[in-house]
Design a protein around this ligand. Sequence first.
Ligand code: ZN
Length: 136
Amino acid sequence: MIVERGSLTIKTTRRFEVIDVTQDVGSWVESLGVGDGLLLAYVPHTTAAIVVNEGEPRLMEDIIQFLRDLTKPGAQWKHNMIDVNAHAHLGNIILGDSRVIPVTGGKLSLGTWQRLLFIEMDGPRERTLQLVFIGQ
Ligand code: ZN
């Protein structure tokens, strides 16, 4: 068994943003020259998230609208008295901070329409996406 670690730096430019990182993550996995295993994509932040879904541009706008409706930025959240980003913490709780994707033959094993989407909810910021491959 082998374990490989890496990371991507993601510079977000807006408060809410959906960024398709499939290409960058896939290239990192392929550069390892590995076989089969699992890829963990982990966001070490409390106000961003990582999901797997379709990267269709209008859907990516819908995701942002959905999160705004659900988490209500600017509402009377108690955390907003010290740090005006309670909505982003709540969004992180709903979406989660990691995804595990099978790696088959050295490549991400995603479905036809599946993309790995980084979700910014309190940008703009410089973010990190940690990558861990476990397999053979
Ligand atoms: Zn906060």
